[in-house]
Design a protein around this ligand. Structure first.
Ligand code: ADP
Ligand code: ADP
Ligand code: MG
Length: 241
């Protein structure tokens, strides 16, 4: 207990919620505690990541347990790997059930960057990840059995709203909203409505959700408390409420 408290203090980890798992001491615990495959640990090492960052220490165990999460940590803290690693663990191997993980990013540039990190960390697992560039390729990709979809919300909503929909997200088990604070900002073409539509289309009973942001945003927190299931909140640094 004392050691866990010390570890959280040292990495400025603040949490709220019930039954929060212990933060990771190191990446080896991924294997020891959660049974993460050696190939994933190898990929982490290949990336030059020696120690988990604060957000990775606490957010990864929460997602490993399949809990809904609201995570907040400054830019540059490694939030991308914090959601990729547990998703890779949950998806395990390729399947033919369509997209099982969906990542929303505020810009195309960020979506592509996230896809690159997915590919690096998933080497050797056979999982297939994609970014949908154009509507015209969406249908094809939807049928090619990709496991992971990274996209901006606008184009996804557009494709979902066609009849019949251009792609299906009804087998998605993990929905991640990256930079949720940016997406919630006023003027982003009604992201709340878009998120509502995406949320509804993620109709699998196995759905888990995680929201990541760089700054604490009241509207994101309110949305999480209303829409997420027994959510765990993780903040790194001072919580400026
Ligand atoms: P954020 O989304 O929090 O702004 P990123 O996921 O973009 O941060 O990561 C920022 C940088 O830190 C990237 O270059 C990434 O490769 C690197 N990084 C991520 N995790 C670690 C780690 N555990 N150790 C060292 N570098 C890391
Ligand atoms: P984002 O930058 O979030 O991807 P865009 O508004 O650029 O959003 O839309 C991306 C793609 O989604 C467009 O290139 C188009 O194919 C499709 N799309 C989105 N909204 C519409 C719309 N109202 N009518 C036609 N196509 C749309
Ligand atoms: Mg990021």
């Amino acid at each position: 207990e004392e050691e866990i408290r010390h570890l959280r203090n040292k990495h400025h980890i603040h949490t709220s919620g019930s039954d929060i798992p212990n933060p990771l001491r190191d990446f080896d615990e991924l294997k020891i505690i959660y049974g993460v495959k050696d190939v994933v640990l190898h990929n982490i090492e290949e990336q030059g990541y020696k120690e988990p960052t604060g957000i990775q220490r606490q957010a990864i165990p929460v997602m490993m347990q399949g809990r809904d999460l609201m995570a907040c940590a400054p830019t540059g803290c490694g939030k991308t790997a914090a959601f990729i690693i547990p998703i890779l663990h949950h998806l395990k191997a390729p399947q033919s059930d369509g997209f099982r993980a969906l990542i929303l990013a505020p810009t195309r540039e960020l979506a592509k960057q996230t896809l690159r990190e997915f590919r690096k960390l998933s080497k050797g697992l056979g999982l297939r990840s994609c970014y949908i560039e154009k509507e015209s390729t969406a249908l094809k990709k939807s049928k090619e059995n990709f496991d992971i979809l990274v996209t901006t919300p606008n184009r996804l909503v557009y494709m979902l709203q066609q009849s019949p929909p251009i792609l299906s997200i009804n087998n998605v088990e993990w929905l991640v909203v990256d930079e949720s604070d940016k997406l919630f900002e006023a003027g982003k073409r009604g992201f709340r409505d878009q998120l509502g539509a995406i949320y509804k289309a993620c109709s699998s009973p196995k759905i888990h959700r995680a929201m990541f942001s760089a700054t604490f945003a009241q509207d994101v927190e309110e949305w999480c408390k209303l829409n997420l299931d027994n959510v765990v909140q993780v903040y790194i640094g001072a919580k400026n409420t």
